[in-house]
Design a protein around this ligand. Structure first.
Ligand code: DSN
Length: 440
């Protein structure tokens, strides 16, 4: 490459400039298309979303917000960010949206520090019971910077124990109560959480990173009417680019303001915006924000509701088929896109199951299950979800077939002939549902 080159003067070809990276991307396209993607937090974005991510807005610094930037030349990135913000508000019926968080973890950090300071008490769901690292794990900023109180699920039912939530909240008086999870398959009663939050004077934050798309489609209850603040990622059920977002709950703007030293009232949206930038982030990723706008437009289409309903139907069917094959699903089913399989009756660890399924062409992740006796590196369970395969067009018949594959492999995990046979069947199934054919 020349020292002073003019990008775009001639069509530059990644294959020639960097064959190693080119090869890794190509291999990844093949991996995604030839294997069964059952990781609950993953999805396949549209080519329009990919296109919006791979463009020149990556070159632009735009610290600040539309119309109030710290750099010149922001007129066109302002258009993209305004579109993303307006569409997000429409999608979730929110009063305010901040689309700049680089990830769900950053969104949570920025939201927590909008309402709490170091050492304050935050109550969140135990990671082992389905919560997220940022809901208070001791190895995460949340557990290191705050005093964490954790709630979990009932041993008998696998559902969140609302009595425990209430008792803990009354006893510990948290500044923030976090609701939402990464490996919990049941609908959350946001209204009941709000009643508890009000009883103890806490801020209620819903982290909807996992079910965001299903909520946007109107298929699960929305936390927006009940929660002060809602955080999410944009790349799971919402099927957008990898990133985060913070929404302000309905009618919360006026209730929750904070007084500045000069006696002015700062609205909740202003507090959040200033914690995102300049509080925790510098330049926003404008190419990703443009892609978020595209994904939100897609999610506003009626087809997205059909897709989301299929995600849920597929997950329910897969859970049912697995239970019929003697797999123990935590809480005995699912209301959404994911489920957690407790493998203790199979005398198999999550680590081994993840490994052997991967060799058979089925991608899942090992996961702690409630009251697990294994470490997070081994675990007693796996988590599986249907958003990605539903995007490919797979339906309930395929879910039945996939339950059969999982059953065959996990009931005889050291049988190389079975692994090889299932890998070949998985490959054949994948070819019937082509993924990114134009990119290969
Ligand atoms: N790591 C994500 C998940 O897989 O659920 C959550 O951030």
């Amino acid at each position: 490459m020349q020292a002073n080159y003019n990008p775009g003067e001639k069509v530059e070809n990644l294959k020639q400039i960097d064959p190693e990276v080119y090869q890794s991307i190509n291999d990844e396209i093949l991996r995604q298309s030839d294997k069964l993607e059952l990781i609950a937090s993953e999805n396949f974005v549209s080519v329009a979303v990919l296109e919006a991510m791979g463009q020149v807005m990556t070159n632009k610094y735009a610290e600040g917000y539309p119309g109030k930037r710290y750099y010149g030349g922001c007129v066109f990135v302002d258009v993209a960010e305004d579109l993303a913000r307006e569409r997000a508000k429409q999608l979730f019926a929110a009063d305010h949206a901040n689309v700049q968080p680089h990830s769900g973890s950053q969104a949570n950090m920025e939201a927590y520090f909008s309402f709490a300071k170091f050492g304050d008490t935050i109550m969140g769901m135990n990671l082992d019971h389905g919560g997220h690292l940022t809901h208070g794990s001791p190895v995460n900023f949340s557990g290191r910077f705050f005093n964490i109180i954790s709630y979990g699920v009932s041993r008998q039912t696998g559902y969140i124990d609302m009595n425990e939530v209430e008792d803990l909240a009354v006893k510990e008086k948290p500044r923030i109560i976090v609701t939402g999870a990464s490996a919990y398959s049941r609908e959350i009663d946001y209204k009941a959480f709000r009643e508890i939050a009000d009883k103890v004077g806490a801020i209620l934050l819903a982290d909807i990173a996992h079910p965001a798309g299903l909520i946007a489609a109107g298929l699960l209850d929305s936390p927006l009417p009940h929660c002060h603040v809602v955080t999410t990622t944009t790349h799971k059920t919402l099927r957008g680019p990898r990133g985060g977002m913070i929404l302000v709950g309905k009618d919360m703007e006026n209730d929750m303001g904070q007084k500045t030293p000069k006696g002015k009232i700062k609205k909740i949206s202003q507090i959040i915006d200033s914690n995102v930038f300049p509080g925790f982030q510098g330049g926003p990723l404008m190419h990703v924000i443009a892609a978020k706008a595209v994904a939100f437009k897609e999610a506003l289409e009626p087809e997205f509701k059909v897709y989301s309903q299929n995600v849920i139907n597929n997950a329910k069917r897969l859970a049912q088929e697995l239970m019929e094959r003697d797999f123990q699903i935590v809480s005995k089913g699912t209301d959404m896109h994911l489920m957690l399989i407790d493998l203790r009756n199979k005398e198999l660890t999550g680590k081994k199951a993840e490994n052997v399924l991967e060799r058979a062409g089925i991608t899942v992740n090992k996961n702690m299950v409630p009251f697990d006796d294994q470490s997070p590196f081994i675990t007693s369970g796996i988590r599986i979800g249907t958003p990605a395969l539903t995007t490919r067009g797979m339906g309930e018949d395929q879910m039945k077939e996939i339950a059969g594959f999982i059953n065959k492999v996990l009931n005889d995990p050291d049988n190389e002939t079975i692994i090889e046979q299932v890998r070949s069947e998985v490959y054949d199934l994948c070819q019937q549902f082509p993924l990114y054919p134009a990119l290969k």
